[in-house]
Design a protein around this ligand. Structure first.
Ligand code: AMO
Length: 579
């Protein structure tokens, strides 16, 4: 018999009578009056192995400890009546062992490898190879692998070519800090690890590759969060002679096939919102559309108000169903939260039968109260929240955050809510020295209808940029690119990137644009985030085999770590002496 004939976790009632050889780890061992029960674990799950006192391996079984590596030969048989375990996929069967072999011993693991036990994340990452033995973690890696296969298959089917781009390269402007790699052969110079393959994929379009994709590792030195790591993976895509519709089409096809490969169900066509609608209705450019509680623009109601906090401001309102019972402390908490988000204040009103109840009421005319009721249609028992600000987007953002805080319990009905957000503004703000900050990267094409306002009113200019949002998380983004040098240079000069600076940083791209750059557009999907949502996890660390901790280190290898002085000398680097 070969070393192994089956995975333990795959045995089912239909295998009864089969002679099998299994290899794996001892999850548990129990002795019952001379009979030894072993839970044998492998990548696919657990199965119960039984050795009775007469089995040749029984003596060996008594010395087994958790995590010993063993091999068992035996026969699959039904479990005796009353001992079927409905919680275990293999729970209808057990393996009656005829042979047991210890392939390796193991020290006791530093934490129990039991799904139900909460273990400190640092400890889990320090011993990640043990943590990954837990079936949920193994399952997450399998989901990731199946997802990547499905995405690749969809891109292949649509005629995209998988091309690898360099990872020792120059800085790519995606808005984060670079990870730098010093060059030994040219001391004092540095490679940057790519924040994305953006520039290379555009060059591939100039090269005539026409349709490119890559499952690409990207590096960004930014603060880590549950959905951010220093290194992460994108499904990165670019295509020539396409417009925005084409890109949304093939990305939606790939993502939908990926989801179907994991859930067995194809998601419905993804709805679309313009950026302005997303901000107006959800107070976010990554709206969580799994629940309603939409915002509403109440500015017109208060246009001529004698209440100073509202007069001539953008007033945004939201009804929180059934939360009119929130106590003063909770409401004060909400106000504090609104202020911490940058609001001047938060106005709340309880809805009692047909009237509002709120301290602010004395400042509002009957007409304004009627107008508010007509605008928001609240029901008795609801809570109404209002935020006013001279800038609509600020009021929307504050209320959008409160919407998420308060809406959470309602969010379970639709587990996967995709939304395309299109028509992003080209710039997200103006710096103190009057420079616009790009909302995406500087290669994004402005909306053709808004080009004439590029210099005069940059914040009103829309772009041909689009995001894909899933359950309130930004899953990916992309844009139609600028493919002509003049427009690209116009954008660079707006951003304060002078001709010399542009030539120094992106000269190779601008040069390439001289030689017949096709119109092109693309997208990148965050693979870690998609896997996280599909596995029901709340952090991408759970779907990355060897992630960094929240504080940016790897407890397993000890990275980042000091290096030997000779290595630094080779690189021409000297460190300041520690004080
Ligand atoms: P963008 O910067 O929006 O676009 O990145 C695309 C997607 O990558 C994921 N992502 C991350 N995931 C984990 N950790 C991070 N630190 C991290 N940063 C980004 C997100 C995000 O939506 N070159 C453009 C794409 C293009 O225009 O084609 C780009 O990289 O899911």
């Amino acid at each position: 018999m070969s070393l192994r004939t089956r995975y333990a976790g795959t045995l089912r009632a239909s295998d009864e009578g089969a002679e099998v050889a299994l290899c794996g780890w001892v999850a548990h061992r129990r002795d019952h009056g001379g009979v030894v029960f072993i839970d044998l674990r492998d990548r696919e799950g657990l199965v119960q192995v039984v050795l009775d006192p007469t089995s040749p391996g029984c003596a060996e079984a008594h010395r087994l400890r958790s995590e010993y590596v063993i091999r068992v030969e035996g026969t699959v048989r039904p479990r005796p009546e009353g001992t079927v375990n409905p919680n275990l996929p293999t729970g209808e069967v057990e393996v009656a062992a005829a042979r047991l072999e210890v392939l390796n011993e193991a020290e006791p693991p530093p934490f129990p490898l039991d799904e139900r036990v909460e273990v400190d994340e640092n400890l889990r990452l320090r011993y990640r190879y043990l943590d990954l033995r837990r079936s949920k973690m193994a399952e997450n890696l399998k989901v990731r692998s199946r997802l990547v296969s499905a995405l690749r298959a969809a891109m292949d089917a649509a005629g995209f070519i998988d091309v690898e781009t360099p990872t020792l390269t120059r800085s790519t402007p995606e808005g984060a800090r670079d990870f730098l790699v010093p060059s030994r052969l040219m001391p004092g110079t540095f490679f940057a690890l790519p924040q994305s393959p953006q520039l290379f994929k555009q060059l591939l379009m100039v090269a005539g590759i026409d349709r490119y994709y890559q499952v690409a590792r990207c590096w960004r030195d930014e603060d880590l969060r549950a959905d951010r790591q220093f290194e992460f993976t994108q499904l990165d895509v670019e295509a020539s002679f396409v417009d925005q519709e084409d890109v949304l089409g093939f990305i939606e096809e790939a993502v939908a096939s990926g989801v179907e490969a994991i859930t067995g169900e194809r998601p419905k066509p993804f709805p679309r919102l313009s950026w302005a609608e997303a901000m107006g209705r959800y107070g976010s450019d990554k709206p969580d559309t799994r629940f309603a509680m939409e915002l509403s623009d109440c500015s017109a109601v208060f246009a001529g108000s004698s209440f100073n906090a509202f007069a001539s401001k953008s007033v945004v309102g939201m009804v929180v169903p059934g939360r009119g019972d929130l106590g003063r402390n909770q409401l004060d908490g909400l106000s504090d939260r609104a202020k911490s988000l940058g609001a001047a204040g938060l106005v709340w009103m309880r809805v009692r039968d047909d009237v509002f109840e709120a301290p602010v009421l004395k400042f509002l005319s009957e007409e304004e109260q009627d107008g508010l009721r007509a605008q928001l249609s609240p029901s008795p028992g609801d809570l109404v929240l209002l935020v006013a600000d001279p800038i609509a987007r600020k009021a929307q953002t504050v209320l959008g955050a409160l919407r998420l805080d308060l809406g959470a319990p309602e969010r379970l009905d639709e587990p996967l809510a995709f939304t395309w957000v299109v028509d992003f503004p080209l710039f997200e703000a103006i710096t103190d020295d009057g420079r616009p900050i790009p909302a995406h990267h500087p290669f994004t094409r402005p909306h053709p209808d808004d080009l004439d306002r590029l210099e005069s009113d940059p914040l009103s200019v829309r772009s041909l940029a689009y995001d894909l949002v899933l359950n309130g998380i930004e899953l990916g983004s992309g844009s139609v690119r600028i493919h002509d040098r003049e427009l690209q240079q116009r954008i660079f000069s707006l951003l304060g990137i002078g001709p010399e600076d542009a030539a120094e940083r992106f000269g190779f791209l601008l040069d390439a644009f001289r030689y017949g750059a096709p119109p092109h557009a693309g997208f990148a999907v965050g693979l870690d985030r998609l896997t996280m949502i599909l596995t029901g996890e709340t952090s991408i660390r759970e779907v990355i085999a060897f992630p960094k901790t929240q504080s940016g280190s790897d407890p397993l290898t000890g990275a980042p770590a000091p290096v030997d002085p000779p290595q630094l000398r080779d690189l021409g680097i000297s460190l300041p002496r520690p004080h």
